[in-house]
Design a binder for this molecule. Structure first.
Ligand SMILES: CSC[C@H]1O[C@H](OP(=O)(O)O)[C@H](O)[C@@H]1O
Length: 344
């Protein structure tokens, strides 16, 4: 199974190894990331991406800050500044800052302890993904019927977006392994095409039947009855269950509500932000005009034309049938509020 992010132990040459997702599916190229600045660059250009993978990136980013700081003689303040820069490299996915701050709590104990915590973050993510995939598949088969199902999904939530296995993709993979998945409609996911480039690559490699569709087709695919459910990942789930995910997700939720089929969110509990009350409080990353106006580096719009490029949208909890984490399935539209009370 492909791994988006790993720590390579090599003494003074130790580094983070990243599969450069901007080059997929045409090229499987790995980056050897040995500085905080190059990690931040990789995060911001989505060479490494996906909320859970960003959580692991945050953890390894702290280890990298200590490793680079030892090589370059950084002061404690300089190390702290670099850790903060990693945590703040992208604003919407809660996992990035969560992973960095969790590893940061062990800085006083030194590099080896921080690295141990970063490894733990990754291992826990894989375990969580495998568990939630089983729980999500069980819930869907109980809700819809124990038969091969047809799904629509948005963006990329497979091993590439996580430490391993995947979240929404993990549920689809689990259904496939049980002989209960007939077809997956894959939203292309403009503007960076995570669906066309990454999800279809993973589905093809896993032998899972699928069709890529333009984002604009998703609502009618649902309303025409071509699918039995929609399942997506998440970048931040607030205490009331509102969910930030790749822009275009809320359109699927609205269509599922109209059609009366399940709209499911799948994420490790590290994506739940208990401290944020509702989705109104989530910062939505806005990215460059060029991502919208250019195709393969060729400008499609007239000079002077500007773009609006929010990278995420927020699905209100009352449009979400179920939120699946490794801790269980919360039926978001009916469960008592807050869905995710702050840990005592
Ligand atoms: C496994 S959830 C991944 C989540 O992250 C993606 O965003 P991006 O590609 O910008 O990192 C998208 O929202 C996915 O649902």
């Amino acid at each position: 199974m492909v791994r988006a992010i790993e720590w390579i132990d090599a003494g003074t040459e130790s580094h983070i190894r990243l599969l450069d997702q901007t080059l997929l599916p045409g090229s499987e190229t790995y980056l050897e990331v040995s500085t905080v600045d190059s990690l931040i660059d990789a995060i911001q250009r989505l060479a490494v991406r996906g909320a859970p993978a960003l959580g692991t990136s945050g953890g390894y980013g702290v280890a990298l800050a200590l490793h680079e700081g030892a090589r370059k003689g950084w002061t404690a303040d300089e190390v702290k500044q670099n850790i903060d820069a990693v945590a703040n490299a992208r604003p919407t996915a809660v996992n990035l800052a969560w992973g960095a701050r969790r590893a940061e709590t062990f800085v006083a104990e030194g590099f080896e302890r921080v690295l141990e915590e970063a490894h733990a973050i990754g291992l826990e993510d894989e375990r969580a993904n495998r568990e939630l995939s089983k729980l999500g598949a069980d819930w869907l088969l109980a809700q819809i019927g124990d038969r091969p199902l047809r799904a629509v999904t948005h963006c990329n939530t497979g091993a590439l977006a996580t430490t391993a296995w995947g979240t929404a993709y993990g549920i689809l993979h689990e259904l496939h392994l049980r002989g209960r998945l007939e077809m997956v409609y894959v939203d292309e996911t403009r503007p960076l095409l995570q669906g066309t480039r990454l999800t279809s690559w993973e589905l093809k490699n896993d032998g899972i039947p699928h069709l890529v569709e333009v984002d604009g087709a998703a609502a009618s695919t649902i309303l025409r009855g071509l699918v039995d459910f929609a399942v997506i990942g998440a970048d931040r789930i607030t205490a009331n269950g509102d969910t930030a995910n790749k822009v275009g997700s809320v359109a699927l939720a609205l269509a599922c509500a109209r059609k009366g089929i399940p709209f499911v969110v799948a994420a490790p509990y590290s994506t739940v932000d208990e401290a944020t009350t509702t989705g109104d409080d989530i910062e939505i990353e806005e990215r460059s005009d060029a991502e919208v106006l250019e195709f393969a580096g060729v400008r499609a719009a007239a000079e002077g034309v500007r773009a609006f490029n929010p990278a995420f949208d927020v699905t209100p909890h009352d449009l979400i049938s179920a939120i699946v984490t490794e801790r269980g399935v919360v039926e978001a539209s009916t469960a008592p509020q807050p869905l995710f009370p702050q840990a005592s």
